[in-house]
Design a binder for this molecule. Structure first.
Ligand code: ZN
Length: 327
C-alpha cells in the first residue's frame, strides 16, 4: 500500500504542517501509525483525513491543484491530474441501454513517451469528440482527469470540472484490446449500478444539515416542520428524514456514501429524536460527528453516479457497526 498515493500525501502533509506548525515528519508518523492501527484496511489518503480530524486541521483535500502526470506514471486512485498524449488505438462507438435510457461510449488508447492508458468518452462527449474529428494520432489533453482500474486496466476518466482538447486525427479504426478478467468489487473499481458489500471505515462526515423535511403525502419538501402540509393540506404528514453523507474507506479507496433513516440511526447508534436534536445544535453536532470518525461498518447497497457525473457513490441499503478504531 505504501507509495500508492505519495503525491497527494506529500501535498496534504505539507499543507497540514503549514497550517498547524506541526513538523511534517511528525504528521507522517501519525499517518503511518493510523494505517498500522487499521491493519491495512485504510488507505494513506484515508489516514490523512483521520489525522487532520484528530488535530482539528481543516484539510481541503477535495480541492487539490491539478498536476501534469506522464501516462507511464498513472496509478489507480489519482485525481485532478493533467495528461497529454496521442490516440494510438480507437474503437468503434458502442451503444448500451440502462433501464429506459440509451447511451453510447467511445474507447480510445492514449500514448506518450512514458506509456499509455485507456480513456472513454460518454454520451455527449462522444458527439463532441466526433465533431472535433478524433482519430488515430489525434493529440488529446485532459485537465482534471482521474484514474481508476477497470478490468485490470488503468482507465482515465473526466473528473469534476474536467476539460479536454482534441486535434483532428486520421479517420480509421484500430481496436483497443480490452481484457476481460473480473476482480472483486471494491471502492476502487466499483461502477455505477452495481450491488456492493464492503467493510469500511468512516473517515469523514460530509457537510450538510443531516436531515431533510418531507411530506409523506405529497413528497413536497418544505424548509420547516409544518402541522398541516402547505402543499397538500394534509395533517401531520410533514416529517424529518435523516440523511447521513459519509466518506468511507475500504482499504482500496475512499467512496462517498449516503445513509437514510434506519441505516443512519444504525450508524449514529442513537434514536432519531436524539440525532435530530443534536443536529440542530452546532456544538452537539460536531461532537456527535467526531464520534463517528474511525467507526468500522459493514455496508451493502447499490452504487450510483455522483453529482459530478463521474464519481461513484454508495446508497447504503444496510449498515452494521462492526467496530471502532481511533486514538
Ligand atoms: Zn403534502
Amino acid at each position: 500500500m505504501s507509495g500508492k498515493l505519495d503525491f497527494s500525501l506529500e501535498e496534504a502533509l505539507q499543507l497540514m504542517s503549514e497550517k498547524s506548525g506541526v513538523a511534517k515528519e511528525e504528521l507522517q508518523q501519525k499517518v503511518k501509525e493510523k494505517v498500522e492501527k487499521f491493519s491495512g484496511l485504510l488507505t494513506e489518503q484515508g489516514a490523512v483525513v483521520l489525522v487532520s480530524k484528530d488535530l482539528r486541521i481543516p484539510l481541503p483535500y477535495l480541492e487539490k491543484k491539478a498536476m501534469h502526470v506522464p501516462l507511464g506514471k498513472l496509478q489507480n486512485g489519482m485525481a485532478n491530474i493533467d495528461i497529454k498524449g496521442k490516440v494510438s488505438a480507437i474503437n468503434p462507438i458502442k451503444t448500451f441501454s440502462k433501464g429506459e435510457k440509451e447511451g453510447k461510449y467511445l474507447a480510445v488508447k492514449i500514448k506518450d513517451e512514458s506509456g499509455e492508458a485507456l480513456f472513454t468518452f460518454w454520451n455527449e462527449q462522444v458527439d463532441d469528440a466526433q465533431q472535433k474529428q478524433i482519430g488515430m494520432d489525434s493529440e488529446v489533453t485532459i485537465q482534471n482527469a482521474r484514474v481508476k482500474t477497470f478490468n485490470n486496466q488503468l482507465q482515465l476518466s473526466l473528473g469534476f470540472n474536467a476539460t479536454y482538447t482534441i486535434t483532428p486525427g486520421k479517420q480509421e479504426v484500430r481496436n483497443v484490446a480490452v481484457e476481460k478478467p473480473r476482480e472483486a468489487i471494491t471502492f476502487s473499481n466499483a461502477q455505477a449500478g452495481q450491488f456492493i458489500q464492503a467493510k469500511a471505515s468512516i473517515v469523514e462526515v460530509m457537510p450538510g444539515r443531516g436531515y431533510y423535511i418531507q411530506c409523506e403525502g405529497c413528497k413536497a419538501k418544505p424548509r420547516q416542520l409544518e402541522e398541516s402540509c402547505s402543499s397538500c393540506g394534509r395533517q401531520n404528514t410533514v416529517k424529518q428524514r435523516l440523511l447521513l453523507p459519509l466518506l468511507l474507506d475500504d482499504g482500496f479507496s475512499t467512496m462517498r456514501a449516503v445513509a437514510f433513516e434506519e441505516q443512519a440511526m444504525q450508524i449514529w447508534g442513537k434514536k432519531k429524536e436524539e440525532i435530530v436534536a443534536a443536529l440542530d445544535d452546532e456544538k452537539e453536532k460536531e461532537k456527535m460527528q467526531l464520534e463517528l470518525m474511525g467507526k468500522r461498518l459493514e455496508v451493502s447497497g447499490k452504487t450510483k453516479t455522483g453529482m459530478d457525473n463521474v464519481s461513484v457513490e454508495l446508497l447504503i441499503g444496510s449498515a452494521r457497526v462492526i467496530g471502532f478504531q481511533s486514538e
